[in-house]
Design a protein around this ligand. Structure first.
Ligand code: GLA
Length: 371
């Protein structure tokens, strides 16, 4: 849990009534690049969170501080009701007040102090965790009647409508509804979800490569467009419901589009099998599915990079490892590793060390959270 130092709160909010909103980052266990074509995903939460302390002020404006960004960008102010995108972190806060107001909720002036432990560009949803935590803080401050499911939808609109980034639906839902020791099985077609317990015989580790990825960089959009082109050419609605005849037509597509659609078809099937394995507590099977997912993301969807492939390979070779894969949007970010119980910390440390020594990266172990 993120602690906002007391002296920061007092310095910026004084002794006013203060509300804290908080939300974790997320790591996707399996089901990558399936959430923008009505597929299945299986994320869980990480221990790192974003926390926001807010207090009402008597102005029609918001003043916001963040200790988690470079020094010269730590303060911002905007007029509530006149939110304008600026291309900086404050857009998540402006976006939160803008979407709340657009949905008919009264938002007045407020001051806020933000602190995030979720590293930016690590593929662990630092942005959704920020939007969800700000929305939670404002919900309580202005006593708005919004449940977490609706709040997740608003968090998504912060990014798609206000900021203009084409994120899928997984991140805000995972940050808003995820729970410790559980995987969140989400059907992104109808947004139905279930928490499935992760058996105590297994543990997950997450290592951030330190190579930053950004969804606003063109790659993510291009993959989405390629997938959409493939789906259109096949004349299907969503890859997950293709008939055998349509599957056969796959071969008539240009090779690149074929691979993109192929990844999504196989990845959706892997999620369903992974959920089944989780329910049966068959964690070795879950690990094999993670390995297969990595291969498909590397070869068919082509969202990995050589450094990440090597990190995954190093992880897969460690004792006690059941599976490993790239996680998140790709092109950098983090890897997620499944180990048998009691091995995650050692494996994560070994992967981090090898990535430093062999790949000259500046990796960071996030899960298990360093003591
Ligand atoms: C990013 C997006 C998600 C999802 C993943 C890939 O994290 O924000 O919606 O599309 O990439 O699985």
């Amino acid at each position: 849990m993120t602690d906002i130092p007391r002296h920061d709160i007092i310095r910026h909010l004084g002794h006013r009534r203060t509300i804290i909103g908080e939300a974790p980052g997320r790591v996707n266990l399996i089901g990558e690049h399936t959430d923008y074509s009505g597929g299945f995903v299986l994320p869980t939460v990480i221990p790192q969170t974003t926390a926001v302390a807010v207090a009402a002020n008597s102005e029609p404006a918001a003043r916001v501080w963040s200790a988690s960004v470079p020094h010269d960008e730590q303060q911002a102010r905007f007029v509530v009701g006149e939110e304008q995108r600026r291309g900086s972190w404050v857009d998540y806060v402006q976006g939160a007040s803008a979407v709340l107001r657009a949905a008919g909720h009264p938002v007045g002036g407020f001051d806020a102090v933000i602190r995030s432990e979720v590293p930016l560009g690590s593929g662990l949803s630092s942005s959704a965790s920020l939007s969800v935590s700000v929305l939670r803080a404002l919900r309580e401050l202005f006593q708005l009647r919004i449940d977490d499911v609706v709040l997740a939808g608003l968090a998504r609109r912060v990014e798609t409508d206000f900021i203009g980034v084409p994120i899928g639906v997984m991140d805000p839902i995972a940050c808003a509804l995820g729970a410790n020791h559980h995987a969140l099985f989400l059907d992104t077609r109808d947004l139905s979800w279930q928490l499935v317990r992760i058996p105590s015989t297994a543990e997950f580790a997450v290592v951030n490569s330190g190579i930053r990825h950004s969804i606003s960089s063109g790659h993510y959009r291009i993959r989405r467009q390629e997938l959409e082109a493939g789906i259109r050419a096949l004349g299907v609605h969503e890859p997950r419901e293709m008939t055998d005849v349509e599957m056969r037509r796959l071969e008539t597509l240009p090779a690149l589009l074929q691979k993109r659609v192929q990844h999504v078809i196989t990845e959706n099937a892997r999620v369903l099998e992974a959920v089944d394995a989780l329910r049966r507590r068959d964690m070795p099977r879950f690990g094999q599915l993670m390995n297969a997912s990595h291969k498909s993301l590397r070869d068919d969807y082509e969202v990995s990079i050589p450094e990440i492939d090597r990190m995954v390979e190093i992880a897969q070779a460690q004792r006690g490892v059941l599976g490993a894969r790239i996680t998140g949007g790709g092109f950098g970010g983090s890897i997620v590793i499944l180990t048998t119980a009691g091995n995650a910390a050692r494996v994560a440390a070994a992967v981090a060390k090898a990535s430093r020594d062999e790949l000259r990266l500046t990796p960071q172990v996030l899960v298990p959270a360093p003591a």
